[in-house]
Design a protein around this ligand. Sequence first.
Ligand code: AMP
Length: 290
Amino acid sequence: MTVRIPDGLLVLETKADVKVWRQAQRAAGHTIGFVPTMGYLHEGHLSLIRMATERSEVVLASIFVNPTQFAPNEDLDAYPRDIEGDLRKARSAGCAAVFLPSVSEMYSEDAQTSIHAGALAKGLCGESRPSHFSGVCTVVAKLLNIVGCDLAVFGQKDYQQLAIIRRMVQDLDIPVEILAGPIVRESDGLALSSRNAYLSKEHRREALSLSEGLAQARSAWQKGERSAGTLRQAVADVIKTRPSAEIDYIQVVDAVSLEPIEVDCAGDALIALAVRFGATRLIDNTVLEV
Ligand code: AMP
């Protein structure tokens, strides 16, 4: 057993440790909630942990920077890490245990199987990150199998990821309930993200244009605007005023199918975007409900 116990929190480093923990929880009659993360925890993650504690008797979070969801040119090696801080925060938000596996614990060198994400993974982030969601699905499926939880909580910040995971759980009959937590933002509107740590002061200021642009579109929507092109333009107009902003995409899509809306929005719509500031790629979104 490789278990450390800072402040009563169980730190589980192997799949075998998680199995022993799960069996003890099951023997005690506890339901298990699970929050997968890549660490460098912030209030967004902690809100999901708190949500899990409200809906299950014990909560386990995982911290694993999953290499298979990063392309070779992406920020895997630079991804921010602060394990000690994460353990403290996870504990204070109500976690009973944290699963902290190594890459070799998660992936054997001769692994051959991965999950193919379908149509939901094609557009939005899937366009510039074609292998990303296959990596996400594979690691999430593995984690769900390892943890054997009753429910797992994901953030709407990664709206496309959430939709793909719900679909995977349905398509593969994975016996777990998926819950969604709303986007947690800084007081000025910037969506919390571990990657915000990369931003220079200047880029941090300019990044505010993401939530400002989305707010403009939301206010147009509330006044009755339904043209996808006009709503998209409202967001773009704000973001393009920031000199460093390089738009990867801004799209208005059906909130369920994630298919682009060509003309007018008839049902619930999602405006999703990804924008680069220097080397930092940020995402944000808002759901426009009828
Ligand atoms: P990550 O560590 O970035 O892989 O995120 C782990 C989980 O936290 C995912 O389900 C994310 O959607 C969620 N998450 C990240 N940022 C936020 C946020 N600002 N508000 C709510 N959930 C978030």
